[in-house]
Design a protein around this ligand. Structure first.
Ligand SMILES: Cc1ncc(COP(=O)(O)O)c(C=O)c1O
Length: 342
């Protein structure tokens, strides 16, 4: 049969993303390291998977119909995916976004016709001005509206259980030993992780956390503590415990700094030609921390959630790096990496 590479609509392109070997990291850790490239989704991020699944489920459950308004609280990527699907299916779309979301992301969301409401990032999750509270309030005020709620709707992790997990298993031909992904809602890690552990309980599931997050501490102590720092990372870490984080299937969290994450993403672009997003840098920085922890023959899969073009005014802008103070101080990561390059 001819393979025409022709599709009925843009949403048919969601998922089935490629995996690419990271040559340098494989060499340094004496393992095989493959990156699952979620920027190959039509909305250029992993969030297409969950937005599509949650919207399809809401349609099937009769919670939305043509003309409904879809509301979501999102740091940007889910917003883009929800806006793209809403445009295709004829829904109105309102997104509450943290004010630290990059301007690039916000402009892209608006280009798809969605309304964007910026909310302060500095307030706790239960504050009336937080992007969660604003989304919930809007869903109560606007008739025929539906709040997707990616943190609590289990359709999020289910999407990864049904798609990301099986793809990773198949693409690694069942050889995967470690799955490493950033955690925010926890959907990627928990959904794909659950599928992989069911296939082989020895597969290690590692989450990547930010310095402004409570996930790692909660995993280790079972107690909730207010985050002590702030972070410019988008899509890494949380100041709430989302229902989509399944702590039981996560073996370990690795905490990374904003600086190391930025430098790792830039390094990736310059050594592998892969221009990935800030959270992909976080995942790579975590792998770097763990580099002596692996055994020869290990098969690592890391998930790169989005494309670097969404961070041109952040990690790919030297002025931003300078303003953040990332070009001063310890150069350990850069120096070590320079060694690899030689
Ligand atoms: C850029 C980016 N990376 C990583 C993640 C984390 O994915 P998850 O919410 O499935 O934990 C997100 C989620 O917001 C994201 O936007």
């Amino acid at each position: 049969m001819k393979h025409l590479n022709r599709f009925d609509n843009i949403l048919d392109l969601i998922g089935k993303t490629p995996m690419v070997k990271l040559r340098k990291m494989s060499a340094v850790s004496n393992t095989l390291v493959y990156a699952k490239m979620e920027s190959f989704n039509p909305g250029q991020s992993v969030k297409d998977r969950i937005a599509y699944h949650m919207i399809n489920r809401a349609e099937m459950d009769g919670k939305i119909k043509k003309g409904s308004t879809i509301i979501e609280a999102t740091s940007g990527n889910t917003g883009f995916s929800v806006a793209m699907i809403s445009a295709m299916k004829g829904y109105k779309c309102i997104l509450t976004v943290k004010d630290k979301a990059s301007e690039d992301k916000i402009k892209m969301i608006k280009a798809l016709g969605a309304e964007v409401i910026k909310c302060p990032s500095s307030v706790p999750g239960n504050h009336p001005d937080s992007y969660y509270s604003r989304a919930l309030k809007l869903s109560k005020e606007i008739p025929d509206s539906y709040y997707l709620n990616q943190n609590y709707d289990k359709g999020n992790s289910e999407a990864h259980y049904l798609t990301t997990g099986p793809e990773v298993w198949e693409q690694s031909e069942g050889r995967i030993t470690h799955f490493v992904a950033a955690a925010s809602t926890g959907g990627t890690l928990s959904g794909a992780g659950k599928f992989l552990k069911e296939r082989n309980p020895d597969i290690q599931i590692y989450g990547v956390d930010s310095e402004a997050s409570i996930l790692k501490d909660f995993h280790e102590t079972g107690t909730y503590s207010e985050p002590k720092k702030s972070s410019s990372l988008e899509g890494v870490g949380k100041n709430i415990i989302p229902a989509n984080v399944n702590f039981e299937i996560i073996d370990k969290f690795i905490r990374v700094s904003d600086r190391d994450s930025s430098m790792a993403a830039r390094y990736l672009a310059r050594t592998e030609g892969i221009m990935a997003g800030y959270s992909s840098g976080a995942v790579l920085a975590a792998l770097w921390q763990l580099r002596s922890h692996f055994s020869p023959g290990d098969f690592l899969v890391v998930l790169f959630p989005d494309h670097g073009s969404r961070y041109l005014t952040k990690i790919y802008d030297p002025e931003w790096l300078r303003a953040m103070g990332f070009l001063n101080g310890s150069q350990q990561l850069t120096t070590e990496k320079e060694k690899i390059r030689q």
